[in-house]
Design a protein. Structure first.
Length: 328
């Protein structure tokens, strides 16, 4: 993710977010969890399309009702992009062991996603997204590069029981409010990263090698972004840090999360930031680690501060968007 100049990348992210909010503002009041149309994708030819992208391409732009794309079990070797003018799309697979979307492109942590979501209002359930760029080739073929399984720019996205497999920058949670439930993340370097404002609940995080689980990019005290992990489980060989500070106000909270012994005892890494007081890294009621060995600048959150992060309605859902999405 050091491929882009940080300022340029930030401006790009803000621009996409701005466009996304404009698309959204046209839809105010029209959000409705009901699915108006269903399209079936089946690699074996029993659906309307054999490719997920072709199904997305068939949806008219600027829709104001939900379209559900049901993806039958199978491995879909394609890059999938939900373009900025197609909000209200839901993708549903048949389980992350069965419905796999994979592609292998690397070098761009914000451009090479197997899945890229640009518009607001998106849901995915029961699908495995994989970027094979770093996993399917020996190191002699190419160096490990940023190669995301998913890149999220849209506000109001939720994922249920999905998997994201990669090595570096697996899950680019670039910007916007996101809710992830019962998902699986695999990688080694900064594999959940970006300036998103997201809750990850009951997720499994597999740190496959020494590196950093998160690289959260909160930039200012005002812009309320951060990653909050609730009732999750970290597994893998590591040895991994819980996070390193990608931006000055980097914010990550783990609550009720099981930490394996391989986690680096210091827990967190300041990376190239100057002032550790600006960083908010906290662990609350987590098990399996020795708090006395953590960096001294890990935060103790007041009950109010804690509530502002762990309460889904406070942190990401003040306007109730989650209730207006189809349920999976
Ligand atoms: C993948 O990322 C690299 C580096 O940003 C970029 O040069 C390349 O064009 C990207 N591929 C696509 C298809 O966007
Ligand atoms: C973690 O990832 C590695 C590498 O893909 C895999 O062998 C292992 O089974 C995974 N662990 C879990 C608990 O999924
Ligand atoms: C602490 O975590 C456990 C699960 O690990 C949970 O059952 C318990 O309710 C949590 N306690 C508090 C005070 O949140």
């Amino acid at each position: 993710m050091y491929v882009f100049h940080p300022i340029l990348q930030f401006i790009m992210v803000i621009l996409v977010f701005f466009c996304a909010s404009k698309v959204h503002s046209r839809n105010i009041g029209l959000e409705d969890a009901q699915i108006a149309k269903t399209i079936v994708v089946d690699s074996k030819g029993q659906g309307a399309f054999t490719s997920v992208q072709k199904a997305i391409d068939s949806i008219p732009p600027n829709g104001q009702t939900w379209t559900l794309i049901k993806i039958k079990a199978g491995t879909y070797k394609e890059k999938v992009k939900i373009p900025i003018d197609k909000p209200f799309i839901a993708l549903q697979g048949e389980g992350r062991a069965s419905t796999v979307i994979q592609w292998g492109e690397g070098g761009g942590a914000t451009t090479n996603g197997t899945l890229t979501v640009e518009p607001p209002n998106f849901v995915a359930a029961d699908i495995l997204f994989k970027n094979t760029y770093n996993t399917d080739f020996p190191k002699s073929v190419h160096q490990v590069q940023p190669a995301p399984a998913a890149v999220l720019y849209g506000d109001k996205a939720s994922f249920y029981r999905c998997g994201f497999i990669g090595v570096q920058d697996t899950f680019t949670d670039a910007i916007g409010r996101h809710y992830l439930n019962s998902c699986y993340f695999e990688g080694s370097t900064d594999f959940i990263w970006g300036s998103g404002q997201s809750i990850y609940e009951e997720c499994i995080i597999n740190a496959t090698a020494g590196g950093y689980i998160t690289a959260q990019g909160r930039d200012t005290p005002k812009f309320n972004s951060g990653f909050v992990f609730l009732s999750s489980k970290i597994v893998g060989n590591g040895p991994a840090y819980l996070g390193r500070a990608y931006r000055p106000y980097s914010t990550v909270v783990f609550k009720d999360t099981v930490m394996p012994r391989m986690i680096q005892p210091q827990g967190w890494n300041i990376w190239n930031q100057k002032d550790e007081k600006l960083i908010t890294y906290a662990e609350v009621n987590c098990t399996g680690y020795d708090k006395s060995k953590r960096v001294k600048w890990e935060k103790e959150l007041s009950p109010q501060e804690l509530d502002s992060f762990i309460n889904v309605n406070n942190f990401i859902n003040k306007d109730g968007w989650l209730e207006k999405q189809p349920k999976f």
